[in-house]
Design a protein around this ligand. Sequence first.
Ligand SMILES: *[C@@H]1O[C@H](CO)[C@@H](O)[C@H](O)[C@H]1NC(C)=O
Length: 524
Amino acid sequence: MARNKELAGFLLFLSQFPLLQAAKILTISFIGGSHYLLMDEISRILHHNGHQVRMFQQIADGMLPGRQAQQSPYPVSTYSLGEEYIREYNAVFGKSQKEYLLGQHGVHNFLTFLNELSYQCNVTLHQSDILNFLMEEKYDLAVIDGSNPCCFLAAEKLGVPYIAFFPGTFMNAAKVGVIGPVSYVPSLQTQLTDHMDFFGRLKNTLMYLASPIIERKMDVVFQKVIDEHFPLGSRPSIADLHLKAELWIYNVDFTIEFPRPLLPNIQCIGGLLAKPAKPLTQELEDFIAESGDSGFIVVTLGSMISSLPLVEFLKEMNDGFAKIPQKVIWRYKRSEWPQGVNVAHNVRLMDWVSQNDLLGHPKVHLLVTHGGMNSVMEAVYHGVPMVGIPLFGDQYANMVRVEARNLGTFISPDQMKAEKFANTIREVIENRRYKTSAMKRRAIMRTRPFPPDKQLLGWVEHIIQSGGGGHLRPYSYQQPWYQQFLLDVILFLSACVAVIIYLILRVIRAPIYFLFSNRKQKEN
Ligand SMILES: *[C@@H]1O[C@H](CO)[C@@H](O)[C@H](O)[C@H]1NC(C)=O
């Protein structure tokens, strides 16, 4: 009898948590390129697992230049920024690219980019038809691009709880309370690894102390947009919206990332785009077959960069390729190739390539990459060594990890010379240590206990079913900074120590004073 009662109670308990039926999920993607590719993959995974997914997407020219448009299996709400602005934006982006190729990757370029994002955000938040429609849809959850402050503002405007997906390594981790230890967690701007000597730790500490100043500068970029689109009294700050996320997911995998402490509301799901290769076209197979035993290499500089605005740079790369025995498949928009430069005899230019499929080919020897996280993950997944030409953002940091794991090396773009480039490529292909390490890391990545798509699905469903990520969020999010860093306690303890020292001095001063005055009296 008691048994039955227990069972009935348990069944009643279960019935309150029905297995998750289709949830309504909105994905938000306002930046093109790799950011879009990831958000598209996330939308597909959720869609294929029975959820009702829609993407709120900004269409811009140059999103994925050279790629043929694809029909997405889930519905999309889009708007355009307008031709005039897009032309302007591409000019700005082109100018930044030139600076990056000259090895200048300072903060000002990133601030320029943020300014463009804030302009775009104003346009986005003025799309009242779409916003009203999405609001009426009443989504259970949004999955947003955590690198773009505008996605947070859009989710806030819609009143939908959100998971922030950050498309790269722990670039903004300090903003969500993931701090140090500075002694072995290198700041991403430093090009340091986790093995830091004294000066490395000094540099890392100074960088850590300076970072809030830079971050403050970035957050104010959006202030005008916030003022315009949110009524006084309910104006969010970007910093608070970061903390409000139900969960943070980083595109990070400890196959190459340095181990470090994290919080329970931070999950690492890296390499969603790295997967078994699909067969190549016959045409490509024929081209590869021509290489005989030498094999081929793949060259891509990021989904957004389909051509190089610096002819000298392009010539050095092209001349470098001419000196190696491998065939080269180079993702480069053919219509943008400068007249008067002959494409090297072993190079094949392609407007777009399926990088993951090429990297899975048995004859591939190397990836020449800008060092974007998705590219690095695909190369690791397929056990392919890399030569990096990092340009901006987290690309240097990613290549530092590649080098630390013996998966390849990198050349700073301002050092690009044909001879040096060719030698570096030869070294990474011929020195067995790179391939051996690559195969080791490949095994690590492929034997992860939970594949990234399963992790993603599991976490999204868990957050929906548990009514948010409140149980994962640390109390530090509500603490004032002086409490969080224990400044009040340190101040109190320092005061206690000071009082004790003072009292001790008082106590021992009396006999000393006595002795001293005695001696003086005698001398007199
Ligand atoms: C946003 O766009 C509107 C309409 O184009 C314009 O009037 C306004 O000044 C813009 N605001 C900001 C902050 O850029």
